[in-house]
Design a binder for this molecule. Structure first.
Ligand SMILES: Cc1cc2nc3c(=O)[nH]c(=O)nc-3n(C[C@H](O)[C@H](O)[C@H](O)COP(=O)(O)OP(=O)(O)OC[C@H]3O[C@@H](n4cnc5c(N)ncnc54)[C@H](O)[C@@H]3O)c2cc1C
Ligand code: SF4
Ligand code: SF4
Length: 376
């Protein structure tokens, strides 16, 4: 980490007041002074500790991505666009019920339940959909509890706060399902910038990352949704690739929101986000891109395996017949890299526009090789 003398005051000034906060929850549960309320972080009491873990672990404080790549990934696997790639697959759960209750192919639920069943982890931290879309992270020990909580929540869940809570307790081996900003916070913890939490972060045995283009702000989206449907009627939602709409599934059918409508509800922090594929996870999972109808594509996942422990788990699922594999079209990986690079480019532009000067890239390092590549 670049900076040793920063705490709650700087977190508020640089991240929370400037709307760079992703709502990841990494600054919650480390001390009693911060909490998550709706999709925001509230400072309950001022803290004058000079080296705050909240500041250190926040994914929107200065971050040396290159140090992280070199420490957490094998150099031979690294790509500038999507981080480390040990393997790239199209998969789906063979269990039909898992697929039915999942967002896409159910690969995340399958891998997380397998990790629990095999004792690779004893606690899974996943997001739980709550009333009024105020989601939260929960720690579960029973694979059946993971299966009940499939599907994507497009309003943030402060999942890392639940990791902080569980890591202080009885859990010994924890697995987390996380969006890229949450994965980045966990990766910052794994570099152990402050010795006090070393035991806790060592309990982190598995990170399954979700691809993420953007998330919605709670307030903005609730207003938009209420214009077209009752909140209780919503049973799910998705962003089908190439269709440029947000589909909201209700008990009475599907409602489509155009990207013009959705844009005003995107969480501001997401405009400055540099990562689509959760580059520091063990395994990253997103929706598949296949030629043909979305209805057939949506039951498959694209899976990037990044680490040895990620590979071991995916191969275990293959050997046990829990995941079905299908050959990825030749251009799928290139398409993914292209869209990931596009998100980085857009984020850099938004960051420069925000800071008012291209050398000041807020939380990003202007000497980072991927940043330099994008800036030509
Ligand atoms: C905000 C958001 C934006 C996304 N954007 C894209 C995108 O642009 N392109 C793309 O390919 N994929 C995107 N995804 C990922 C995609 O929606 C699926 O999660 C992924 O394909 C895995 O599908 P699955 O069927 O294996 O998941 P499932 O088996 O249904 O499991 C999903 C798991 O994710 C957890 N989860 C759900 N929401 C959250 C959340 N907000 N934070 C942390 N954990 C959560 C659930 O608890 C569950 O364990 C996004 C996901 C989210 C949450
Ligand atoms: S981005 Fe995460 S760690 Fe940073 S202020 Fe927001 S919730 Fe806290
Ligand atoms: S776009 Fe980035 S900041 Fe926004 S939720 Fe996804 S990973 Fe987090």
């Amino acid at each position: 980490m670049e900076d040793g003398g920063m705490g709650q005051r700087e977190l508020q000034r640089e991240v929370i007041d400037t709307h760079l906060c992703t709502g990841c929850g990494a600054c919650v549960g480390l001390c009693p002074y911060q909490t998550s309320y709706h999709d925001r972080i509230i400072l309950l009491h001022p803290c004058d500790i000079k080296v705050g873990r909240c500041y250190m672990f926040c994914p929107r404080t200065p971050t040396n991505l290159e140090t992280m790549r070199k420490s957490l990934c094998e150099e031979k696997d690294l790509t500038p666009e999507i981080g480390a790639v040990k393997g790239f697959y199209l998969t789906r759960a063979t269990d039909e019920q898992i697929r039915k209750d999942a967002q896409h192919g159910g690969s995340v639920t399958t891998l997380m339940t397998l990790a629990l069943r095999e004792g690779i982890i004893d606690t899974a931290i996943i997001a739980e959909g709550k009333e009024n879309f105020l989601h939260r992270g929960v720690a579960v020990n029973d694979p059946a509890e993971v299966k009940k909580r499939g599907k994507s929540k497009f309003i943030v869940s402060p999942t890392v706060a639940e990791f902080n809570r569980a890591a202080k307790g009885e859990a010994k081996k924890i697995g987390v399902v996380a969006t890229p900003c949450q994965v980045l916070a966990l990766a910052k913890m794994r570099l152990k910038p402050v010795p006090v939490d070393e035991g806790n972060i060592d309990k982190l045995k598995l990170v399954i990352g979700l691809f993420c283009g953007w998330a919605l702000s709670w307030r903005g989206f609730m207003e938009l949704l209420r214009k077209k449907t009752g909140l209780d009627a919503v049973v799910g939602m998705d962003i089908p690739p190439r269709r440029h709409t947000l589909e909201v599934y209700t008990k009475d059918g599907t409602i489509e929101f155009s990207m013009e409508e959705v844009n005003s509800c995107i969480r501001e922090a997401c405009h400055y986000c540099f990562d689509t594929t959760a580059e520091f996870a063990d395994i990253s999972v997103g929706s598949a891109r296949l030629p043909g109808r979305w209805e057939e594509t949506r039951i498959w996942n694209q899976v990037i395996v990044r680490t040895q422990r990620g590979d071991d788990l995916v191969q275990l699922a293959r050997a046990g017949g829990l995941l079905e594999f299908r050959e990825a079209p030749g251009e799928a990986l290139d398409e993914l890299k292209k869209s990931a690079m596009e998100k980085k480019r857009t984020a850099l532009k938004s960051i420069a526009a925000r800071s008012g000067s291209s050398p000041d890239l807020l939380y990003l390092d202007r000497f980072d090789p991927v940043v330099r590549m994008l800036q030509g």
